[in-house]
Design a binder for this molecule. Structure first.
Ligand code: SF4
Length: 155
């Protein structure tokens, strides 16, 4: 497979190689920036998966198990302002943003804007969804409009 990185600035590749070197040499002092990140657009989810902290919390709330579970009180959706500040700090070096962790990304109505902004900065994006929620054709088109699937993983 041919390499087809979206990134064009030389500093991103220099950072990537230096980062790999720091990792392989177990550097105690790290001087590089992340070349990919996982960023959760939504810290909430509608499902109750038993192996996921978010799902366990949802199930516990459903069972009204409040006394035996530590609920997170600060769950929220990623804002455009916070995303912009992440891009401002890291975009030049980022090859990939993975929009998922312990939440359902499609619950954030601004997800398509994050994808568009990342694409504008030559950053590939990935979204993992449980797809267990209604999606209109308009929403699907909105999400896919600026989505360039990465042709080469770099982890
Ligand atoms: S975030 Fe993923 S694993 Fe967790 S409850 Fe939702 S669908 Fe399940």
């Amino acid at each position: 497979m041919a390499l087809a990185f979206k990134k064009r600035n030389r500093s991103a590749f220099t950072n990537f190689l230096r980062s790999k070197y720091e990792m392989l040499t177990a550097a105690e002092k790290v001087s590089t920036l992340p070349y990919y990140i996982s960023l959760d657009p939504s810290d909430t989810c509608q499902l109750l998966c038993p192996t996921c902290p978010t799902g366990i919390e949802n199930e516990s709330k459903k069972q009204k198990n409040a006394l035996t579970t530590l609920y997170r009180s600060d769950r929220k959706k990623l804002s455009l302002e916070l995303f912009d500040s992440v891009l401002e700090e890291l975009a030049d070096q980022l090859f990939l943003i993975m929009f998922y962790n312990y939440g359902e990304p499609l619950l954030n109505p601004r997800l398509h804007e994050f994808i568009a902004k990342a694409t504008d900065r030559d950053i590939a994006t990935e979204v993992h969804s449980n797809l267990s929620l209604p999606l209109s054709d308009q929403r699907i088109e909105q999400l896919l409009k600026r989505w360039d699937w990465p042709t080469q993983r770099i982890d």
